[in-house]
Design a protein around this ligand. Sequence first.
Ligand code: HGY
Ligand code: MN
Ligand code: MN
Length: 413
Amino acid sequence: MDFTINTERLSKRLSELAEIGKIGETGVCRLALSKEYKEGMELVRTWMEEAGLSTRFDHFGNLIGRLEGKNPDAPAVMLGSHIDSQPYGGRYDGTIGVLGGLEAVQTMIENDIVPESPVEVISFCDEEGHRFGVGLFGSRGILGQLEPGELERADENGVTRREALIEFGADPDKFHESEYNPDNIAYYLEMHIEQGPKLQEQDQPIGIVSGIAGPRWLSVILDGFAGHAGTVPMNMRRDALAGASEIITSFNSIVKTDSDAPSVGTVGNLQVFPNGRSIIPEKVEFTIDLRDTDQARRDDYERKLRDSVKEISEKHGLDYKITDDGGTSPKECSREIMTIMSEESESINLAPPVLMSGAFHDASHMADACDMGMIFVRCKDGISHNPAEYSTDEDIAAGTELLYKAMLRLVKN
Ligand code: HGY
Ligand code: MN
Ligand code: MN
């Protein structure tokens, strides 16, 4: 394929960024607002300024690069994603959307194309939601969609999000200064690795996303009673872990009710107290990550899960609490943008398939503000949230070339 974008520059930047927060040979751990996150954001900021964008950090911990257009008052075309990672993450999740977006804008500048509307490249803060337990923070922040109490959520060392933002140089009391009026955003484009196997199965380098499944996040806390593992008869126990394991098995069956549906359910984090071999577990807390493309079906599964928690807790004599950790509804991608992507794909001799996203993205919330579109890039065996995550330079370049061409159509140059 003949590329307009600078494939070498993009590949080099991805490799350089991957060195920050590196774990093992190919993994990254760059948690939101951490030292590594700040170092990575500063590096991306340098590249944005080299490209000729004006840059700023906002009070949500986002980094925004802006290129003015002929009409500075026109709503902006925004390209973005995130560079914060999971604790056991890969080096492509999020980063290809930020650096690919920057590459597209830098290529436009280098080709002396002056867009009609301003263009922004945004690196959103805390898309992953690992450190403080709730994700999509930066994209929800600029749209005024934060929930009460979010700033008090603490990480495993007891550092609150408020403290981490202040440490990063942001001022949570000035959030209102960083919020966008949705009228000032015309379109949002995000390129991301697929994080699934479909493009590899179809031997396609890129795909056009039609919609994004909506995650529902809960935490379940079960309180039983610690006792001697050798002396308390089974029928007298209030064993929080025995109860949790039955609930988790029930959750797994609920989500599999309709084998043709794309519903998925995960318990990724489980804490046991006091966590001793010879002590009957007194307290267990675990996370629920329930996702679906169909809101009604997801709500039905959530109801069934809540019933199951109540029933199994009563059976084991446990007190229980279910806390709401948020989530977002399933979102549709803009048909206008999908058509543009498909037309521009022809010009680069590609015919990308259309597919759903099981993973959520910052685009999930940007869809509340404007028309949004996503491009997926093939990743090896669909592996992600794992240091083995891998996408080829060629596939990432193909996705970036399409991002560039779609952006040109939207900035009405
Ligand atoms: O979990 C997700 O869907 C995203 O990768 N944070
Ligand atoms: Mn991601
Ligand atoms: Mn991720």
